[in-house]
Ligand binder design. Structure first.
Ligand code: NAD
Ligand code: GLY
Length: 369
């Protein structure tokens, strides 16, 4: 990365649960980034075996003047560890250290650490404060923002969780330098999603800057993180608990979650599954007569340029489409066993629709290897 930008703030307006997303270089080390956290309290930084050696010490140093005590819990790394067992390790640490209701949890890592730490914060003593310090592109543009927290269940992705907002989100753009290219691409899936569902001008911009983003260009990343957070903040501000509108943020996720659960958590990265899932959801939109072939081709080409898969996984050699349908019936948007898909019903506009199983089967057959 190169260049110098100033930190920017994107507000999330949720009444008394409102907070700021700070975006900029060098925020991790700046004690001022954590001002929203109550002072002179205990702190527990939850991170993982990959992120701890990179950034654990730096965060502890930045927090030292604010908190009476700063401890760290290092979890195993990986989507396959987004489980009850890992969640319990957080509770074990909190109880073992005698953490009280004012103890602040810090989630230092990607979406896995962020979702689990947020859920632990929602549950411990019925709720303790927490701060998101996202270190992947995916977490900076999506998972750390908006208060969805969860763990996986073998039968379904993110099935056990809570809506619980952080006190603040601190996105240090410089930490993205150490992200492996495959993880950067996974994050781009969630960046791309904001275009077709809400902002075609942003889609134009991503098309023009996808190579710069993959090369970790500082200005490009700063714009992508800020605009993504703005779109997400706008949606979450209108529908915090997903009674309607917020579901559009799940574009590509219904198919994608089936790939993740069907392949076994961790086999495909979440962003990779969302990339292929967006192509499938776009194909379904076309099959429903909502968008034309050119739109699907345009989105597919961008997803490929982002370094993401554009074909779905075969998750069952005997009855692939049947297995997808089975897994998608436990999607959180399903109602009375009827799967509901986020579709594009015009460029820059999304809707949630049911679709006949036969049509969905055709799309799956066409989209999988
Ligand atoms: P992740 O948390 O597994 O992180 C990806 C990998 O990058 C991990 O190996 C991690 O240790 C490593 N890593 C993290 N920061 C690094 C850095 N700066 N340098 C080097 N390596 C680093 O995966 P993710 O893509 O960040 O998040 C995916 C998760 O987010 C999924 O579980 C998904 O369900 C969830 N999610 C949640 C929401 C939400 O609204 N809560 C939204 C989207 C996704
Ligand atoms: N990532 C989907 C949501 O936050 O609603």
């Amino acid at each position: 990365m190169r260049g110098f930008q100033l930190a920017q703030q994107v507000p999330i307006a949720l009444g008394e649960r409102s907070y700021q997303i700070a975006i900029g270089p060098g925020l991790l080390d700046d004690p001022a980034s954590y001002q929203a956290a109550p002072a002179r309290t205990q702190a527990l930084v939850v991170t993982n075996t990959t992120v701890a050696p990179l950034y654990g010490e730096r965060l502890a140093r930045a927090l030292a003047g604010r908190h009476a005590q700063v401890r760290q819990l290092v979890l195993p790394d990986g989507e396959q560890h987004k489980t009850w067992e890992s969640l319990n390790l957080i509770f074990d640490a909190l109880l073992g250290h005698g953490a009280d209701r004012k103890t602040v949890l810090y989630a230092l890592g990607g979406g896995v650490v962020g979702d689990m730490t947020g859920f632990a914060a929602a549950c411990y003593m019925r709720g303790v404060p927490f701060v998101q310090v996202p270190t992947t592109l995916l977490a900076q543009v999506d998972s750390s923002v908006g208060g969805k927290t969860a763990i996986n269940h073998p039968l379904g992705k993110n099935m056990i969780g809570a809506f619980y907002q952080p006190l603040a989100v601190v996105c240090d753009l410089e930490v993205l330098r150490t992200l492996p290219p495959r993880e950067l691409s996974a994050g781009l899936a969630e960046v791309i999603k904001y275009g077709p569902i809400a902002d075609m001008a942003f889609l134009d911009w991503i098309e023009a800057h996808v190579d710069a983003l993959r090369a970790c260009d500082a200005d490009a990343l700063a714009h992508a993180v800020r605009r993504s957070c703005e779109v997400k903040a706008h949606v979450v501000g209108q529908d915090e608990r997903e009674s309607g509108l917020r579901a559009i943020l799940n574009f590509g996720h219904t198919f994608g979650h089936a790939i993740e659960a069907g392949m076994g958590y961790g086999a495909w990265l979440h962003g990779e599954a969302v990339g292929a899932g967006m192509v499938m959801a776009a194909e379904l939109s076309r099959a429903l007569g909502l968008v034309d072939a050119a739109f699907v081709q345009r989105l597919t080409a961008l997803i490929a340029r982002a370094g993401l898969p554009t074909r779905g996984a075969v998750i069952d050699a005997q009855d692939n489409a049947g297995r997808y349908l089975q897994l998608m019936r436990v999607d959180k948007k399903a109602e009375a066993g009827e799967i509901r898909f986020v579709v594009i019903d015009g460029p820059g506009r999304a809707a949630v629709r049911a679709a006949p199983d036969a049509l969905v089967r055709q799309v799956i057959d066409r989209c999988c290897e």
